[in-house]
Each structure stands twice: as structure tokens, then as C-alpha cells.
Ligand binder design. Structure first.
Ligand SMILES: NC(=O)c1ccc[n+]([C@@H]2O[C@H](COP(=O)([O-])OP(=O)(O)OC[C@H]3O[C@@H](n4cnc5c(N)ncnc54)[C@H](OP(=O)(O)O)[C@@H]3O)[C@@H](O)[C@H]2O)c1
Length: 306
């Protein structure tokens, strides 16, 4: 038996593990009456999460860069779904999404911040900010803070981070050069954006303390999805081989976020980082509440100028 198959078969305290699938972790759950907003529903983990949570009875508010993409994705979900446009790099689009969801007047039981981009080869700016930081963190910050009043009393905010949050700059969030004006490195910038996702989840959890609402962050594993589109040619050639041998498939990849979004055993569990459907260790910086508070304030200042 290979080391890999040993890892695959291992299960944690939750009873689930590396090889659990989104269908397995939601098996037997009745999510009828629940409304779940998911960003990035047209691809990869977001699409699989929406498919499975819809299959379990949840109504999906399906967000993609355009309403057309969202509507196309909705055709693959078995239950009730509402397509909405949410281009995270465009504050006007995110704010319009917030307005649309508020107009629906339906309380949200889960807000699954899933969409993201990874390892842009060259430094790109978006509204004066580094593109991955803006898309992965600032866009979701506008969405979540805009929808706080729309959350149900026991709502769960689930934010996709990544094991790559450990690749952030050695100081953590690089407040003195947030945009990598000097020394841009694709994985460090992605790492900073994913550390921001994790710090944001924990900051939200602190704000939710004493309520029934929760906020948690997720590392889904390593899965060959469209996320790798910016990687070099060699990586794209190697990826399908690596995927067959050692990566999770998309059904396994969507398991942790579906588990955190819906499993009854996690009612009231907040401020945690999950991997392989279990609470996991995260970096020292990700546990730094002062860094999280500063990030919140800096993000508010960025958003106020948009
Ligand atoms: N796959 C992995 O190995 C892995 C590992 C760790 C963490 N993650 C995280 O998991 C999440 C989902 O990734 P995935 O693997 O499912 O990737 P994916 O297949 O590329 O899906 C990403 C989704 O995000 C959307 N998106 C990208 N930029 C956007 C923007 N500006 N506005 C709105 N939506 C945007 C994409 O829309 P388009 O298709 O229209 O571009 C797509 O729907 C990401 O947050 C990622 O960081 C993934």
C-alpha cells in the first residue's frame, strides 16, 4: 500500500477525511428551506458544491461573473436556483449583487465565498490593488459586509482560503507594500490573498461571537481545476498526471466546504480553519487577531475610496 493511499483512507475526528466527497459529507441531510449563496458556481469546486447542496434541497443563489454564466450553471443543478451576476473585481457589480440579493428578501443561511484566481504570472493592479488580493479578498469583503443584514440568525459564512496562505510574505499581510510594488512573486501574492481570506473569516467570527452566526475558513485540498489556468505550460502538462496520481478529484475537493456549510455537527463552531473535513492547523499569522483587525480597517479604507 502506498503512502498516498494510506493518507487517502485516513479519517479524522469528524468521521470524514481526505477522500470524503461532497455527496458523502451531506448524505442524509435535508437542506429544504435553506438558502445558500455561492460565488464562482460555473466552475470547479463552486459548481460541484452548488450541485450537491442543491441535490440536498437547498435553494442556491448562484453567483458568477455574469448572469449568463450563472444561468448556464444553474441548468446543471437539480433544485431551485437563482442566477446572479457578481464580478468580484468590479465593485459596482458586487454592490449590484448585494442589492439584488436584498431585493429577493430571502434570508441567507450560508454565504459560501468560493470564487478565486491564483498565481497571476505578472503583477496586475485592479482599482489600485494587487489583482488577487482584490478579487479573492476585497470583492468578497464588499459582498459579505454588504449582506450582513441579510444573514439568518444561524447563518454560516464559509470562506475559501488555501494551504497556500502559508506562502504569504514572511511578515504576513504586507501592509507597507500591499500591492507588491517591489518584488512581485505570483505565489507570494496568491498566499497573501489567501491569508487575507483566513484573517477575514476569523475577524468575522469575532464579530459574530455571542450570536448564532458563524464564520470559518477552508482549505479544499489540491485539485486540478481551471484555477491553474495561469500556471506555466509545464505545470499544465504535468497537472493531469499529478491529478490522476495524487490530487483530489472535484467531488473530494468540494467536500470540506460543503461539510462546513451544512453539517449539523458544526452548529456554533466558528473561527476555525478546516482541511480534509476536519479542523486543521493554520499559520501563526492567520491567528494574529491584531493583523486581522488591521486588515479589516485597511480593507474598509480601500472600499470607501471605490
Ligand atoms: N483547486 C485547488 O487546488 C485549490 C486549492 C486551494 C484553494 N482553492 C480555492 O478554491 C476556490 C475555488 O477554486 P477552483 O479550484 O474551483 O477554481 P476554478 O475552477 O478556477 O473556479 C474559480 C471560480 O471563481 C470564479 N472567478 C474568478 N475570478 C472571478 C471574479 N473576478 N469575479 C467573480 N468570479 C470569479 C471563476 O469564474 P470564471 O470561470 O468565469 O473565471 C470560477 O467560477 C478558490 O478560492 C481557490 O483559491 C483551490
Amino acid at each position: 500500500m502506498s503512502l498516498y493511499s494510506l493518507v487517502k483512507g485516513r479519517r479524522g475526528e469528524s468521521g470524514f477525511g481526505y477522500a470524503s466527497t461532497a455527496e458523502e459529507v451531506t448524505n442524509g441531510l435535508d437542506l429544504k428551506g435553506k438558502t445558500i449563496l455561492i460565488t464562482g458556481v460555473n466552475s470547479g469546486l463552486g459548481q460541484e458544491s452548488a450541485r450537491v447542496l442543491s441535490m440536498r434541497g437547498a435553494r442556491i443563489v448562484a453567483a458568477a461573473r455574469s448572469r449568463e454564466k450563472a444561468a448556464e450553471a444553474c441548468r446543471g443543478f437539480s433544485g431551485d436556483s437563482i442566477p446572479v451576476a457578481c464580478e468580484l473585481s468590479d465593485p459596482a457589480s458586487v454592490r449590484a449583487c448585494v442589492a439584488t440579493v436584498k431585493e429577493l428578501g430571502i434570508p441567507l443561511d450560508v454565504l459560501l465565498c468560493n470564487a478565486g484566481i491564483m498565481a497571476l504570472p505578472n503583477r496586475e493592479l485592479c482599482h489600485g490593488q494587487e489583482m488577487q488580493f482584490f478579487t479573492n479578498h476585497v470583492g468578497h469583503f464588499i459582498l459579505v459586509t454588504g449582506l450582513l443584514d441579510q444573514l439568518s440568525d444561524t447563518a454560516r459564512v464559509v470562506i475559501l482560503s488555501s494551504g497556500a496562505h502559508t506562502m504569504a510574505p514572511s511578515a504576513g499581510i504586507q501592509f507597507d507594500d500591499l500591492t507588491f510594488n517591489t518584488g512581485y512573486k505570483p505565489w507570494v501574492a496568491y498566499g497573501q490573498s489567501k491569508l487575507a481570506n483566513l484573517l477575514f473569516a476569523r475577524s468575522l467570527a469575532r464579530r459574530f461571537a455571542g450570536t448564532g452566526r458563524t464564520a470559518n475558513a477552508v482549505h479544499p485540498g489540491v485539485i486540478a481545476t481551471n484555477l491553474g489556468r495561469h500556471m506555466g505550460l509545464v505545470a499544465r502538462i504535468v497537472s493531469p498526471i499529478a491529478s490522476a496520481v495524487a490530487m483530489k478529484n472535484v467531488h473530494e475537493g468540494a467536500a470540506t466546504q460543503c461539510y462546513v456549510a451544512s453539517h449539523p455537527s458544526l452548529a456554533g463552531v466558528s473561527g476555525e480553519y478546516f482541511a480534509d473535513c476536519n479542523v486543521a492547523k493554520s499559520s501563526r499569522h492567520s491567528q494574529d487577531a491584531a493583523m486581522g483587525d488591521r486588515l479589516w480597517k485597511v480593507t474598509e479604507e480601500i472600499v470607501a475610496k471605490l
